[in-house]
Design a protein around this ligand. Structure first.
Ligand SMILES: [Zn+2]
Length: 445
């Protein structure tokens, strides 16, 4: 039976590839015929699952690349199909006919909400949780709601080692009163603040006892060094520490090893540190991890250069419905010392489902633009007027703001002669609408 199922899955995956069909269908069919197929296959020594609100795809990509570069055979869900059907296809496709997964390590990107289903079929040896932010309100509600769901997944894997963000009081709580936990964190650095730099703090109260949570410093959002006087819940001692961060020179250091950043932002640092920790756990020496991470260029196209008329622009892909992702992009743009034009495009909120919910616009720190060198801010797409209402609450000079719902009009505006820099911020769902109206220069950074 096992032999037949593996053969069937390989065959279906092969046919699926030929007709360009999704990667989850073979797994779906096999699971219908044999629901416990995954319990019958033998997995390698390390099965690592990664979840979190922001950056899990790039974290898994970094892990897989560093491991491959250092001689390990990695089985990972490259296509990002992170529900059980996709995972089943992945594992059976990479098994021999006796049911042994052919690889040294399995690395799985795990959707926050589906891990509790996936872990019924496959038990990871390590489970990393990078961060929990407000993300896709209509789907994910609130970080604490997602916490409860991830906790269900964690309770299914009592023998797994957890790898948790010690600076995130919500994530850290998953390790509360649990034995096998390893933490990572970022040390205090020049970018820390005494109050959160975001418009809200999702962890004002201790998630364990409900009393006030005190912060020694914040990195951003609700992340920083925290402690509760009432019950003693506090940032755990990290095994993997980002010792220093210097965005000017685009360099950070983890456990004493220097790493060059592709994108000068401190928001990706926790994902880098997660990748570093996972690679260390499977036995790759720290200096090798650092050098592989440094040479790894992000392949997910977060930043793309383009040309509009004679103007060279830079698209910084952000996630709609996720204020932390937008704040990261705004921080990058606002670091510019030169004058710039910024086009913010919100045309479709999601590419996966229909929603017109725009409360997340009110969570974004557009106020960061008040003291920037922005000369012109273009609010574009179907939701241009929702953006305009949000911008009315800022102190940005209204003469700098232009509301352009029509994207063809926007394309003309950004192509007009200008001597400053040009930035665009939008989501995966809308970026092709920009690309179809400009020339892509292809050199991603
Ligand atoms: Zn407490």
């Amino acid at each position: 039976m096992k032999f037949l199922m593996i053969l069937l899955c390989k065959l279906l995956a092969f046919v699926g590839k030929l007709v360009n069909k999704g990667s989850s269908l073979p797994g779906k069919i096999v699971l219908k015929l044999c629901p416990n197929i995954l319990q019958k296959i033998s997995l390698p020594k390390y099965v690592i699952a990664v979840t979190g609100s922001n950056g899990k795809t790039s974290t898994v990509e970094m892990i897989a690349n560093v491991m491959s570069e250092n001689g390990l055979k990695v089985v990972w869900n490259k296509e990002g199909s992170n529900q059980i059907e996709g995972v089943t296809t992945l594992l059976l496709k990479n098994s021999d006919l006796r049911g042994r997964v052919c690889g040294d390590v399995v690395v799985l990107e795990s959707d926050e909400r589906y891990a509790r289903h996936t872990f019924r079929h496959i038990k990871p040896t390590h489970f990393a949780v990078t961060n929990l932010y407000r993300d896709q309100l209509t789907r994910n509600v609130h970080p604490f709601w997602i916490y409860d769901i991830i906790k269900e997944a964690v309770d299914l894997i009592p023998n797994a080692e957890l790898l948790l963000n010690a600076d995130d009081p919500i994530v850290s709580m998953l390790g509360h009163k649990r034995d096998k936990v390893c933490y990572f964190a970022m040390a205090k650095n020049a970018y820390c603040t005494s109050e959160t730099d975001a418009l809200y703090n999702d962890c004002t109260y201790c998630p364990v006892c409900g009393n006030s949570l005190a912060y020694e410093y914040f990195h951003y959002a609700h992340l920083g060094k925290f402690s509760c006087e009432s019950c003693g819940y506090a940032s755990a001692e990290p095994k993997y520490l980002v010792d220093s961060a210097d965005l000017e020179s685009k360099r950070i250091s983890i456990c004493g090893e220097s790493i060059d950043l592709a994108f000068a932002s401190r928001y990706n640092v926790y994902n880098l540190c997660t990748a570093f920790a996972v690679c260390s756990i499977v036995g790759i020496p720290h200096e090798k991890i650092a050098s592989s991470l440094s040479s790894f260029i992000m392949k997910n196209g977060r930043v793309v250069r383009f040309k509009a008329g004679e103007n060279e622009g830079m698209l910084i892909t952000s996630k709609h419905e996720n204020s932390t992702s937008y704040n990261q992009s705004l921080e990058y743009v606002c670091a510019s010392k030169e004058k710039f034009t910024l086009a913010i495009i919100v045309d479709a909120i999601s590419r996966k489902y229909y929603t017109s919910e725009t409360s997340w616009l009110w969570d974004i720190s557009f106020e960061k633009l008040e003291n920037s060198t922005a000369e012109k801010i273009l609010l574009c797409g179907n939701y241009a007027y929702d953006l305009a209402t949000r911008f009315e609450m800022t102190k940005i000079d209204p003469s700098k703001i232009k509301v352009i719902p029509d994207l063809d009009e926007m394309a003309k505006e950004i192509a007009a002669p200008s001597d400053g820099k040009l930035y665009a911020i939008t989501c995966f769902s809308d970026k092709d609408k920009l690309f179809s109206r400009v020339e892509i220069l292809n050199d991603q950074i």
